[in-house]
Design a binder for this molecule. Structure first.
Ligand code: ADP
Ligand code: MG
Length: 324
């Protein structure tokens, strides 16, 4: 029902950046090669994601707006080994229940697509859609019907900063996908598709910083495979904005990783400073839980010590090599 939907929605979509997280994940899952994110007024007035992914037929488009209508869980075993990002089938119904929502989608070979309008969880229109193949999801007036939630939104600039950070996280993990971000009609990010991870990082952080990054040679320890780029001790920051770690392609935060980084940089890192990292971790999906929080950010490793040790070892080796 509508109320349960709005309550659940607050946990999945707490702010515009969370919409971006969920909707871009869906676009990636749908095999998109180009993803555009358009925001107005920090994303509070509007977030629109345009992708060139698989699109949906009418039945699926209707179905995906029902709670737990994920196409991504087929068996119970799948729950333990999730390879796509989405797995709960809650994002779209949640977003649609707290916004003025529009989904327009068309499969590549379909002659005509489908457009659905939902107003605060109520489906108000379904019509043919003649746009390009792929999917457009638009959410306007976020939390217009949940004032208690709306109160927690920060300023438009702050909300947009979170939107941009969220898109950066996706962009780094997916260099083969082109991304565009606009705010109030102004182009903020334009990242062409590339095969080269460092090229994508350069597009985000600039030539100067990118040229000083140290390459982390791929290493496996205790079943934890690590690769990527890290900054030298002199490049560390007072905030964590440039500290990104990915687990099987998903941006995550984890205490074990933070401890590992701290240990790896040990005396090189001044107090209160955070190293610049773009680290990619690959692990068996059975070795961790991702469903700790609806926002899916924190990961719980079954063997956190192994992860900490692997990170620490990798970082200290990379720093030692650079110092030679
Ligand atoms: P989940 O991602 O957990 O399955 P969502 O609510 O995010 O749940 O999406 C529901 C379903 O809608 C997805 O499983 C997928 O089949 C479909 N879907 C959502 N977004 C897109 C998209 N951009 N392109 C194609 N299909 C999509
Ligand atoms: Mg999803």
């Amino acid at each position: 029902d509508a109320l349960a939907s709005q309550v659940a929605a607050g946990e999945v979509v707490e702010r515009p950046a969370a919409l971006v997280r969920e909707l871009v994940e869906n676009s990636l899952d749908a095999g998109a090669r180009h993803i555009e994110v358009h925001a107005q007024r920090g994303g509070i007035a509007m977030i629109r994601i345009v992708d060139d992914g698989s699109g949906m037929d009418r039945e699926d488009a209707m179905l995906c707006l029902e709670r737990h209508a994920t196409s991504k869980i087929r068996t119970k075993e799948d729950l333990g080994a999730i390879h796509t990002f989405g797995f709960r089938g809650e994002a779209l119904p949640s977003i649609a229940s707290v916004s003025r929502f529009r989904l327009a989608t068309r499969e590549k070979t379909a002659l005509v697509g489908t457009e659905i309008e939902v107003n605060g969880g109520k489906m108000v229109a379904v019509r043919d859609h003649g746009g390009a193949p792929g999917t457009v999801v638009e959410a306007r007036s976020l939390f217009f019907n949940v004032p208690a939630r709306r109160k927690f939104l920060r300023t438009e600039n702050t909300e947009f900063a979170h939107v941009e950070q969220q898109l950066r996280l996706h962009a780094i993990a997916n260099p083969q996908v082109a991304f565009t971000l606009t705010h109030n009609g102004d182009l903020v990010l334009h990242l062409p598709a590339t095969r080269d991870m460092l090229e994508r990082i350069r597009g985000l952080v600039g030539d100067e910083l990118a040229s000083r990054l140290l390459k982390v040679e791929e290493t496996t320890l205790h079943g934890v495979t690590i690769s990527g780029y890290i900054g030298g001790p002199g490049m560390s920051r007072s905030n964590r904005q440039m500290q990104t770690t990915y687990l099987n392609g998903r941006p995550i935060e984890s205490a074990s990783i933070s401890y590992g980084l701290r240990e790896g940089y040990h005396t090189a890192l001044m107090k209160g400073q955070h190293p610049v990292t773009f680290l990619f971790i690959q692990m068996d999906a059975q070795a961790f839980d991702v469903n700790v929080h609806p926002a899916k950010k924190e990961v719980r490793f079954h063997d956190g010590n192994s992860v900490r040790e692997a990170i620490a070892r990798c970082v200290s080796r990379t720093l030692e090599k650079a110092a030679k």
